[in-house]
Design a binder for this molecule. Structure first.
Ligand SMILES: NC(=O)c1ccc[n+]([C@@H]2O[C@H](COP(=O)([O-])OP(=O)(O)OC[C@H]3O[C@@H](n4cnc5c(N)ncnc54)[C@H](OP(=O)(O)O)[C@@H]3O)[C@@H](O)[C@H]2O)c1
Length: 330
């Protein structure tokens, strides 16, 4: 199964239809173990590449910088030009430094150079603001981000922001338009068959402003794989579900009803629930490329298989309607 290329939103760039997310690279658990160590990170990147995957998602804070550094090392033996690399900036990276986080100019300028140094590259294809910063004037960060594009350090700008902030993205893009700056051309929200808050005004904003959508957590952090059962113990090999907050949010009667519909469609198309959940996003008119996560190469292989799944309009609508609420077109 080889991944195809799709246009990245309304940019001229083409990217793999499924991006690969590296959030867990080098991430320390509260027990002090590393979720995905360096060796497994390379195995995962190798497996993604072997299927034609060329769109890698990271952030300056993932694994305290290890995710970017390992990707940079892995790229050493490859042609960097073959890959589209996206990183993010916002979260604090210096303890006790009031300017060591957010989107203020000092932090942005410091971080872009650190990102490029760790990735061992002259430019990132996409730089996202990881969250919105209400303490920095929009003009300040829009202009600073534009400088990065002008300097060739960044090709496209994106924003990974929470849904109630849709109007702030619109405001930033209006300021960019008036000043002739580069606007946000991508949005990275949480979006999956369980978490549907993106539907409605946020996706409307993305369509109106030609902002491509690259959703994270397409599997609701594993819930949509079907490995969690009603009234059963949690599977032992799962790390995503640690903590009561995850369980209270996902392991609900309503969500298990959604999963029943996903399983039903999976049976009809001869795919797994995970593949159907990812395929749902790929079939969505407002989605550019979901970011798949995986802790093992087996999970990654399964998730990449989603690219071969074809859903009928009726199956898409049944999946869309499973949680009720707003209904998006195929
Ligand atoms: N912008 C942001 O704020 C933001 C936030 C979160 C993520 N992201 C990006 O989006 C990427 C993906 O997010 P995510 O990790 O939450 O995605 P996800 O696909 O919803 O969840 C991935 C997790 O689900 C489990 N899983 C995945 N495939 C599976 C399979 N086939 N069978 C069984 N279990 C499977 C694994 O955890 P277990 O095996 O431990 O259960 C895996 O780590 C991240 O790596 C990151 O790049 C961005």
């Amino acid at each position: 199964m080889d991944l195809d290329y799709v246009p990245l939103g309304r940019t001229g760039l083409r990217v793999s239809e499924l991006a690969f997310g590296t959030w867990r690279f080098g991430r320390e658990t509260p027990e002090g173990t590393t979720e995905i160590g360096q060796g497994r990170a390379y195995d995962l990147l190798d497996a993604y590449e072997a299927h034609g995957g060329r769109f890698i998602d990271t952030a300056d804070v993932y694994g305290g910088g290890k995710s970017e550094r390992w990707i940079g090392n892995w790229l050493d033996e490859r042609d960097r030009e073959d890959f589209v690399i996206a990183s993010k900036v916002y979260w604090p990276t210096r303890d006790d430094d009031p300017n060591g986080g957010g989107l203020n100019r000092k932090h942005l300028r410091r971080q872009i150079d650190r990102i490029l140094e760790r990735l061992d590259t002259d430019y990132v294809d996409v730089l996202y603001t990881h969250r919105f910063d209400d303490d920095t004037p929009v003009e300040e960060f829009v202009r600073t981000l534009n400088e990065f594009v002008e300097a060739g350090k960044v090709n496209y700008l994106g924003t990974s922001t929470h849904v109630p902030n849709a109007w702030k993205v619109a405001k930033a893009n209006e300021i960019a338009r008036r000043k002739g700056y580069e606007p946000f051309k991508l949005a990275q929200p949480r979006y999956n068959l369980i978490d549907r808050e993106t539907e409605g005004p946020y996706l409307d904003m993305c369509r109106e402003y030609d902002v491509g959508t690259v959703p994270w957590s397409p599997l609701a952090q594993g819930f949509l794989t079907g490995k969690y059962e009603r009234d059963a113990d949690l599977p032992e090999d799962s790390t995503a579900s640690e903590g009561d907050r995850w369980q209270d949010h996902y392991l609900t009667a309503e969500n298990f009803d959604v999963l029943d519909v996903v399983r039903e469609v999976a049976g009809e198309v001869g795919a797994t629930p995970a593949q159907v959940a990812i395929a749902y996003l790929s079939h969505h008119d407002a989605v550019t490329a979901p970011i798949i996560g995986a802790r093992t190469t087996e999970q990654l292989e399964e998730n990449i298989g989603a690219a071969a799944v074809s859903l009928s309009d009726d199956q898409f609508r049944r999946l869309s309607a499973a949680k009720g609420g707003p209904f998006d077109e195929v």
